[in-house]
Design a protein around this ligand. Structure first.
Ligand code: SF4
Ligand code: SF4
Length: 448
């Protein structure tokens, strides 16, 4: 940053703040010449991607200003915007950006003097920022080694020995097979999405689709049934049964809330889950963090220990080690490992757009070179899209062959949304998703 003259992009709503800026001019209210104004129809039309892109394209700071709550020309645009900005700011701070680089406020058309004061305040705040300055094409520090923080868990088995746990899984598996046979025979569903072993290898369970009662014996159920199966439902016609862990069920519920799926088209065979195991025999990190052991909804329940024995945890939502380390250096380290293969996007239930923002030509968010700015844009943009929608399944993390741990960003945002708006994705079919609604008295956390 040029310390004497930071560059600040200012998004101003045309009805209030832009008119306020005009009034500051005609009223001769002086303010620093650091802002570059972009006039927008409403603060509610400011895509958080604009703010992320501005920061990654070289802006030292961003300022967003709209009509005061209650004064929106479109009635409620700024109420929706308020939540979006509060959550975006939490995301940027989780990634280690200095909180003062993005500033949100309200200025009305009659507040010329206030507009000048706001620009002075924002300029001073941005001047004081030290972290989060990155330009496209910059590599800031070398990649850190991939480390495992998981511990051995008694539930793991890698050898395929028929121990007590294995016998328990077999019992549930038998029950699952008989349920699916019946569902297919009596025509309740026309197919079942579940898991089968790949090539007889017990350590590898892959998704399968069964549409005949004769094939139900292929189905398996044990602690290697890792993939989140919910997105396969989007490709099915007619009523389909699905073998669902709690996180799969939360994703199904979210897809129903987002009108991607009809409740009557899915038959949920819910399972208790005590955590899935990775190739190293350890419980997967997302499963260690997870405390939802029973599916929030189901049509048939078939869990180990049965429904009443399963304890729903206290929802810590995060690995405390992650939240203690929200530095820009950590973000850069993770970005340096990323090779932009998009496997995390492909594996996520929530990434169902026909054309991802990363693949669009209009607007062209991405640069031609896969540098660190491009990686940051992708991960911050994707996390923005998953805000209030992540069901903590860990599929993104499990899919990454480069060992990138970027799930800590969405964990931070998920926890923030739960604490602030009392909302967790996929836990309640009746609740409105946090980012699709607002309250008139929502707290303006981090606003000027
Ligand atoms: S962001 Fe990752 S953890 Fe969250 S729903 Fe998507 S794949 Fe699962
Ligand atoms: S799967 Fe890993 S390497 Fe691929 S884009 Fe996602 S974080 Fe980057």
């Amino acid at each position: 940053m040029d310390n004497s003259s930071p560059k600040i992009v200012a998004f101003l709503c045309t009805w209030c703040s832009y008119a306020g800026a005009d009034l500051a001019g005609t009223g001769r209210n002086q303010y620093p010449p650091n802002i570059r104004v972009i006039r927008v129809p409403c603060s509610g039309r400011i895509n958080p991607m604009y703010i992320i892109k501005a920061l990654l394209e070289g802006a030292d700071g961003v300022m967003v200003s709209g009509c005061h709550p209650g004064d929106c020309h479109y009635l409620v645009g700024n109420y929706f915007a308020r939540r979006r900005f509060v959550v975006l700011k939490r995301l940027l701070t989780a990634a280690g950006f200095d909180a003062d680089r993005v500033n949100f406020t309200w200025v009305s058309a009659s507040e010329g003097a206030r507009f000048a004061d706001v620009v002075k305040e924002v300029t001073e705040k941005v001047l004081g920022c030290q972290t989060g300055n990155v330009r496209q094409g910059t590599v800031l520090c070398p990649a850190s080694p991939v480390g495992s923080t998981t511990e051995n868990r008694p539930l793991s088995y890698t050898s395929g020995k028929r121990d007590e746990l294995y016998e328990q899984y077999l019992e549930v598996e038998d029950h699952l097979i008989s349920i699916c046979r019946k569902l297919l025979e009596d025509g309740t569903v026309n197919s079942v999405i579940g898991y089968q072993q790949e090539g007889g290898d017990m350590s590898l369970c892959v998704p399968c689709i069964i549409d005949s009662p004769e094939d139900v014996e292929k189905l398996v159920w044990y602690n290697r049934c890792v993939p989140n199966l919910s997105s396969y439902l989007l490709q099915r016609q007619g009523k389909t049964a699905i073998v669902a862990k709690p996180c799969d069920t939360r994703a199904i519920l979210s897809l129903i809330k987002e009108n991607q799926l009809k409740r009557e088209d899915v038959y949920i065979i819910g399972h208790t889950c005590y955590g899935m195991v990775g190739n190293d025999g350890n419980m997967l990190q997302a499963c260690s963090d997870c405390t939802v052991r029973v599916p929030p909804i189901y049509d048939t329940f078939d869990g180990i220990g049965r429904k009443t024995d399963a304890i729903q945890g206290d929802r810590p939502l995060d690995n405390p080690d992650n939240l203690l380390n929200e530095t820009f250096e950590r973000f850069v380290n993770e970005m340096n490992k990323c090779i932009l293969c998009y496997s995390c996007r492909q594996s996520c239930y929530g990434c169902y757009c026909k054309t991802c923002f990363m693949d669009r030509g209009e607007p062209d968010w991405q640069t031609a070179s896969p540098d660190i700015g491009a990686k940051m844009l992708y991960h911050l943009g994707r996390t923005t899209h998953l805000s209030g929608r992540c069901v903590e399944c860990g599929a993104c993390e499990n899919a990454c062959a480069s060992g990138v741990n970027i799930r800590y960003l969405i964990q931070a945002v998920t926890k923030f949304i739960k604490d602030t708006y009392d909302y967790e994705a996929g836990m309640d079919l009746e609740k409105e998703p946090a980012m699709l609604t607002y309250k008139v008295d929502d707290e303006e956390i981090g606003f000027l």
